[in-house]
Design a protein around this ligand. Sequence first.
Ligand code: SAH
Length: 359
Amino acid sequence: MENFVMHMNSGDDAHSYARNSGFQRFVISKTWPVLDKTLKEMFDKTEFKSGFRMIDLGCASGPNTLIVISHIIDTIKSLCKCDQLPEIEVYLNDLPANDFNNLFKMLPSFRRGWKNCFVFGLPGSFCERLLPRNSLHFAYSNYCLQWLSQIPEGVEKINKENFFATKTSPVEVFKSYERQFQRDFSSFLMNRGEEMMIGGHMVLSFIGRSSIDFSSEDACASFRLLAEALVDMVAEGLINEEDLHLFNIPMYLPCLEEVEAIIKHEGSFNVKILDSFEVPWDPNLYEDDDYEKVFDKYRSGIIIASYIRAIMEPLLSNHFGNATIDMNNLFEKHAQKLGDYIDEEMPSYLTLLISLIRM
Ligand code: SAH
């Protein structure tokens, strides 16, 4: 099985995750109501006089995690009945290959309004234990849990030009991905269950699919179009067909029903909210800012390809080799295909949003 090193594009240059994570930021803003409600319930019950410990699981290397922390601190300030804010410990977690240095460099500009707040980097997989037993009050995670701890065994070669379980994948591929997700999500819940104090909460959002029957929908078609761009590169003799057939990524899109079944079966948490919402592929058009809102599907294609590049480039160069794959060419093809695919209406991703309480 192929070893992969999971991380988003490092640094802060034009192709970095730090500069291409506006899409995820849009998703985060849609989680505020559930996040605020959850914090309110927690602070209505207790004042956390001896401190509040929280973690952002899968924080990556861009400003989004610091925007989340700022929002949480502001919300806690507004909820605190006591004059003094509790001391807040914040753990920023991601896999060891994440560019934590870039993240830490951004800290000072955010930190100014953060009184009584102590920040720690925590490298490690959230499928494993990260913190001492009974030490955590609150966990947040945005757009991470669709990532698996490994590429499922047995999918090499049989998934052909697809690189994740999509509607044209054989059913065995789908089953392998489904089993890996069950294992990883159960470990995630079990380990958070051990770390979290009774009454602690988690707010989790991640990408999913709407139907139990995976073959009935083109979930994450934007990624499938990247596979088509790779097929074009094979036809042009730029990459090897066998290499493409061996390429798979550790990503799975679950539906709400299977997520709920795993939570119930694992048993550490009770479900408080289990919801989903659509997020347009190019959210710029729907954002409340001064961006010129002209529907131009090819311009959207370029924006979508840029954020997918920030996610996919490390996995692609790890498999195909940096020197052998021309990323500019690949993502120009991808942008073109995205533009061709987009219709009158912007397609969307289904986002699952859940709030859980430790029992
Ligand atoms: N939460 C951020 C980043 C989302 S990108 C945001 O909303 O912008 C997904 C992140 O999850 C990546 O940085 C990736 O490295 C991280 N990730 C994936 N699997 C992980 C695991 N098992 N443990 C910790 N982090 C993981």
